[in-house]
Ligand binder design. Structure first.
Ligand code: AMP
Length: 176
C-alpha cells in the first residue's frame, strides 16, 4: 500500500522477482484490459468501482489456485475491498496477507511523478489521486488496526535500493 508515486510498482515487481512470488498489479491489469470508459476514469485519477475490482481480483485468484505466495500491488484500496479480502482469509481461501505501507510525503512523490510522466501523472490527476487516497484508502489502516491486523511501515522516501532493503529487513523480522 502507499500513495501514488510511493514506489509500489517498482518495489513490488522487484520483491516478487527476488522471492518468486506471483505479482498481481490491479493497475497493470487495468491498463491492459480496461474499457475505454474505465481508462478515462483512470487517466483522470479516479478509482474504479469496488465491484469491478473485486470481480477482477476474484477472477485472478481463481486462475492461481495453487500459488504458494503472491504479491498484490494496488489492492486493496478501499474498505469494501479490504473487507472482501479478509472474508477470503476467513473462508480459508488464503492466509492472512502481510500489509506493507510505503510511507512517503506528497511533496516528495509529486517530484517523482512529474518525472515519470504516465498519462495519469498530470498535476490535476495527481491531486485527485491524493484526495481519493485520503478519503477512500487511508481508512483501511484504522480498519486493519481494529481487526488486529498489523501494517508494516516502510520509509519510502529513501533511494529504491534502500527501500528494497528495508522491505527485506521487515519481512525477515516478521519471520523471526
Ligand atoms: P496504479 O497502477 O496502482 O497506480 O493504479 C492505476 C489506476 O488504476 C488507479 O488510479 C485507479 O484508477 C485504478 N485502480 C487500480 N487498482 C485499483 C483498486 N484496487 N481499486 C480501484 N481502482 C484501482
Amino acid at each position: 500500500m502507499g500513495i501514488v508515486g510511493s514506489g509500489k510498482g517498482t518495489q513490488g515487481k522487484w520483491l516478487a522477482e527476488d522471492h518468486k512470488l506471483v505479482y498481481v498489479s490491479t493497475g497493470d491489469i487495468l491498463r491492459e484490459h480496461a474499457s475505454q470508459e474505465q481508462q478515462e476514469r483512470m487517466a483522470a485519477g479516479g478509482l474504479l468501482d469496488d465491484k469491478e475490482i473485486i470481480a477482477m481480483v476474484d477472477a485472478v485468484m481463481k486462475e492461481l489456485p495453487n500459488v504458494n505466495a503472491s504479491l498484490f500491488d494496488g489492492f486493496p484500496r478501499s474498505l469494501a475491498q479490504t473487507e472482501w479480502l479478509l472474508d477470503q482469509v476467513k473462508a480459508g481461501r488464503l492466509t492472512m496477507p502481510v500489509f506493507l505501507h510505503l510511507n512517503v510525503s506528497k511533496d516528495e512523490v509529486k517530484k517523482r511523478l512529474l518525472l515519470r510522466g504516465r498519462n495519469d501523472d498530470t498535476p490535476e490527476a495527481i491531486e485527485k489521486r491524493f484526495e481519493l487516497y485520503d478519503a477512500v484508502t487511508d481508512p483501511i489502516f484504522d480498519y486493519l488496526k481494529s481487526n488486529n491486523v498489523p501494517v508494516y511501515d516502510i520509509n519510502a522516501a529513501q533511494t529504491p535500493d534502500e527501500v528494497h532493503q528495508s522491505i527485506i529487513d521487515c519481512l525477515n523480522a516478521i519471520k523471526e
